[in-house]
Write a protein that binds this ligand. Structure first.
Ligand code: PEP
Ligand code: MN
Length: 366
C-alpha cells in the first residue's frame, strides 16, 4: 500500500479529516515554476492553507484553449513542494493522470465536474486508485444530479479510498446569470445530510466566475456549515492562462480569510449574495416565459392549419390542475399559481390570436 501523507511543518499529517476547515488554494493552472513558487510562498505565509491546488491537465470547453502543461508541470509542483513543504493537489480525468500525479508525489487529487459526469471515467480513476491512501475529492457533476455525484463518491469508496470528500462548484446555467455556475446550495446540503461523515467543501471561484463574488460566496458556504473552501489564487490574475476573471491575488485571498470567520456585517453579505441568486432565478424565469411563448407561437400555426379553436378550456383546466398540484408539493399557494398561470395564458392567447389573424390575411391577400 502506498502512503502519500506528507508531514507538514507543524508536524501534523496533511489530511482532510483533522476537524479544521479544509482550505485549498492556488492557481487554476500551473503555468511556470516561478508562478507556483511565488503562490506557494504566499500561501505558506498566510497559513491556514492545507493544500496548494494547480491544474495540470485542464478540461477546456472549447478546442485550442490552454490545456495545461501536463507532466512537466508535475515536476515543477514536486520541486515547489520540496522547497516550501506545502502539500499539493491536482485534478485527474483518467487513469494515466492518476499514475503520473502519484509518480510526482501528489498529496490530494480531485475529479473535475466534467469527468464526474462520466461514470466510465470515474470508475477508471477509482480502479487506478485501489490501495492508494491519499484523499480524493469529487466535484459535483455539471447537472444537479445528486445520484450521479453520490455514485462517483461510492465508486471511490468501493475501490478502498478511505478519505473521500466532495467539492460543491455549482451547476451549469444556460441563461444569463450573475454566476458562472448556479450554486443550488440545497443539492450540496442534501449530499451532506445523506452522508453526515463526508467532508463537503465549496469552490466559490467556479461558482462565481468572477472575483468580486468570491468573498460573499465563501461567507455563505461557511455560514451554511460547509467544511472548507477551494479558492483560485494567482500572483497576477489578469495574466492567467485560464479563468483569469475569477482568481484572487494572494493579498485579496489573505484579507478574505481574515474576514471570513469574523464578518462585521454578515447580514449585508448575505443580502448581496441572496440578491445575486434572485437575479439568476429571474433570468431563468424570463428565459422560461420567452421559451414558452415561442412554443405557443408554433402551436398557433398548428391550430390554424388543423382548424382548431384558439381557446380550448378542457386543455387549459388540465394544465392549471397540473401546475397547481406541482406548486402545492413545492410550497406554493394554489391561488398564487392560478393567478400567475392565468395571466401567462391570457398573454399566450393574445399572441396566438394575432398569429391566426396574420395567417388569415396572408391566405386572403397573399
Ligand atoms: C478547476 O478546478 O480548475 C476546474 C476545472 O473546475 P471544474 O471541474 O469545477 O470546472
Ligand atoms: Mn479554474
Amino acid at each position: 500500500m502506498i502512503s502519500k501523507k506528507l508531514k507538514t511543518d507543524d508536524g501534523s499529517d496533511s489530511s482532510i479529516t483533522d476537524g479544521k476547515p479544509l482550505i485549498i488554494a492556488g492557481p487554476c493552472s500551473a503555468e511556470s515554476p516561478e508562478q507556483l513558487l511565488s503562490v506557494a510562498q504566499e500561501l505558506k505565509s498566510i497559513g491556514k492553507v492545507s493544500y496548494m491546488r494547480a491544474g495540470v491537465w485542464k478540461p477546456r470547453t472549447t478546442p485550442n484553449s490552454f490545456e495545461g502543461y501536463g507532466t512537466e508541470a508535475l515536476i515543477w509542483l514536486n520541486q515547489v513542494k520540496q522547497e516550501t513543504r506545502i502539500p499539493f493537489a491536482t485534478e485527474v480525468a483518467n487513469e494515466k493522470h492518476v499514475y503520473e500525479a502519484l509518480k510526482f508525489g501528489v498529496d490530494l487529487l480531485w475529479i473535475g465536474a466534467r469527468t464526474v459526469s462520466n461514470p466510465f471515467a470515474v470508475q477508471e480513476i477509482a480502479s487506478a486508485l485501489r490501495g492508494v491512501q491519499i484523499p480524493v475529492l469529487v466535484k459535483n457533476p455539471l447537472s444537479p444530479d445528486l445520484k450521479l455525484w453520490e455514485g462517483a463518491i461510492n465508486r471511490l469508496r468501493l475501490a478502498g479510498v478511505k478519505e473521500v470528500g466532495a467539492i460543491h462548484r455549482g451547476f451549469t446555467v444556460w441563461h444569463a446569470s450573475p454566476f458562472r455556475n448556479f450554486p443550488m446550495w440545497e443539492v450540496a446540503l442534501q449530499l451532506k445530510a445523506n452522508n453526515p461523515e463526508l467532508r463537503v467543501i465549496s469552490d466559490p471561484s467556479h461558482i462565481s466566475g468572477d472575483s468580486q463574488y468570491i468573498e460573499l460566496l465563501s461567507n455563505r458556504a461557511i455560514n451554511l456549515g460547509f467544511d472548507g473552501l477551494m479558492v483560485e489564487v494567482h500572483p497576477n490574475p489578469r495574466l492567467a492562462l485560464s479563468d483569469a476573471k475569477q482568481q484572487l491575488t494572494p493579498n485579496q485571498f489573505k484579507d478574505m480569510l481574515c474576514n471570513l470567520f469574523e464578518a462585521s456585517n454578515p447580514n449585508a453579505e448575505l443580502m448581496t449574495e441572496l440578491r445575486a441568486e434572485i437575479d439568476a432565478v429571474d433570468e431563468l424565469l424570463v428565459w422560461a416565459l420567452s421559451h414558452r411563448m415561442a412554443i405557443a407561437t408554433e402551436i398557433a400555426k398548428v391550430k390554424y392549419e388543423t382548424g382548431q379553436s384558439i381557446i380550448q378550456p378542457d386543455r387549459w383546466n388540465e394544465v392549471l390542475n397540473r401546475v397547481i398540484g406541482k406548486g402545492h408539493k413545492m410550497g406554493l399557494r394554489a391561488d398564487f399559481v392560478k393567478r400567475l398561470f392565468n395571466s401567462i395564458h391570457r398573454e399566450s392567447l393574445q399572441t396566438q390570436e394575432a398569429i391566426t389573424q396574420n395567417q388569415t390575411k396572408m391566405v386572403k391577400f397573399g
